[in-house]
Design a protein around this ligand. Structure first.
Ligand code: SAH
Length: 391
């Protein structure tokens, strides 16, 4: 295996289980590596640090899969990691047949995401190196899960940035366009090929459950950025009265309506609109709700877009506070790790000041437990939610 030596000092971080080596940190190779080659990472003096795969041209050049000298990367290790991932999910007793089985670095399988939708599996490769290991990954998944079908949903942009061509589509068995999954007492249609992400926002399961705590029978609720209706339907299950749900995606709303039908839920008004425009209009009209949920897409894909994203959050929160009845509740989420929990709290405080509404924080949620994060990489705790009572 190719040996890679890193600059003095870098070993501090790696021996503390940080799983990445950046390009400028590499001093030399025992022989020039090819993209995706398996490598042994050693410190300046030659001491073993870990086993990983390399993409010499990428800025994150090496991703480490094993910090144990006795545990080199091979087919057995990949299988073991997948078994461990499955064991952990079983332990969680998730109240759904849809869950994230593999959360990349969070499961010591960098570059791999695996989501389970009942009898179907969706895989996503995000690095060249993991894509090269696909012939170890896919057969192990088939053997462990005995799925009816596997769909690959590797992002074209991510693949081309890493320098590989994504396969995409059904790669094993058969996968219908729509799969029905259940979560707690609700059923949802997941459109795997056309839906956003791998088809469903599994990471918000915790929040969808928690939101029910704040609904009283008959409450008027607003679900902004509703996607396929996760929050709106949960509010209804908790006894909400009239619910208004907004999304810009027609496909998401079509599916949301079908989801309402599937669960025999009535009384949700689905509105296809730009949330910013509609909230402004609702504010002008003086509309008020007992509960407002705002779950926007990622406004900050990189650090440079943080100021803009914060302006977006400020606008949403100012409108949201205006729309919340005194004594009502407001929930806000960020799924971008660049927009932190502290950012959300700061913007909420400033929106409260501007609107003269005092808030009291009553709860917080994060990505659900099937999305474990990496202690050494705090930014892998990407999803945050703040729940405020608006006085
Ligand atoms: N709450 C959802 C997930 C929301 S994801 C759930 O639990 O399933 C973010 C959603 O915002 C997506 O469905 C996307 O279509 C929608 N969206 C993006 N920009 C928007 C805009 N400007 N106005 C309204 N919806 C928007």
């Amino acid at each position: 295996m190719i040996q890679v030596r890193v600059k003095p000092g870098v070993e501090e971080r790696i021996s503390g289980f940080f799983p990445w080596v950046y390009k400028p940190e590499i001093i030399g190779y025992s022989k020039p590596p090819q993209k995706g080659d398996l490598v042994v990472v050693r410190d300046f003096g030659g001491k073993f640090l870990g086993y990983g795969y390399i993409n010499p041209s990428a800025s994150i050049s090496i991703r480490i899969l094993s910090f144990d000298k006795e545990e080199p990367i091979n087919q057995e290790l990949i299988r073991k990691r997948l078994e461990q991932a499955l064991e952990y999910r079983k332990r969680l007793k998730i109240n759904s047949n849809a869950y994230r089985l593999v959360h990349s670095e969070g499961d010591l399988l960098p570059g791999l995401v695996v989501d389970i939708y009942g009898e179907y599996v969706v895989v996503e490769f995000t690095t060249y190196g993991m894509n090269r290991l696909r012939d170890w990954v896919i057969p192990a998944l088939i053997d462990l899960l005995k799925p009816r079908g596997i769909y690959e949903k590797t992002d074209e942009y991510v693949a081309s940035a890493e320098g590989f061509r994504e396969k995409g589509g059904v790669i094993y068995g058969e996968v219908p366009e729509e799969v029905i999954i259940w979560e707690y007492d609700l059923e949802f249609i997941v459109n795997i090929p056309q839906g956003q992400k791998t088809g469903f926002f599994l990471d918000q399961r915790w929040a969808r459950r928690l939101i029910r705590s704040f609904v009283r029978p008959g409450d008027e609720c607003l679900d902004v950025f509703c996607h396929t209706g996760g929050f709106a339907l949960s509010m209804k299950k908790a006894g909400a009265g009239r619910v208004i749900a907004i999304d810009i995606s027609e496909l998401a709303l079509e599916t949301a309506k079908k989801n309402a039908g599937l669960n025999q839920i009535e009384g949700i008004e689905w509105i296809n609109a730009n949330a910013f425009d509609l909230l402004r209009q609702f504010h002008k009209e003086g509309r008020k709700f007992d509960l407002v949920v705002i779950d926007p897409p990622s406004f900050a894909k990189n650090r440079a877009s943080v100021p803009n994203a914060l302006r977006g959050y400020k606008e949403l929160l100012v409108r949201g506070l205006h729309l919340t009845k005194p004594g009502g509740y407001l929930a806000i989420y960020s799924c971008s790790f660049h927009i932190t929990r502290e950012h959300l709290l700061e913007v909420l405080a400033s929106a409260g000041k501007d609107t003269r509404r005092q808030v009291r924080i009553v709860a917080e949620s994060f990505q659900d437990l099937d999305h474990p994060w990496v202690l050494q990489m705090p930014n892998t705790l990407y999803l945050k939610g703040i729940y405020a009572e608006v006085l």
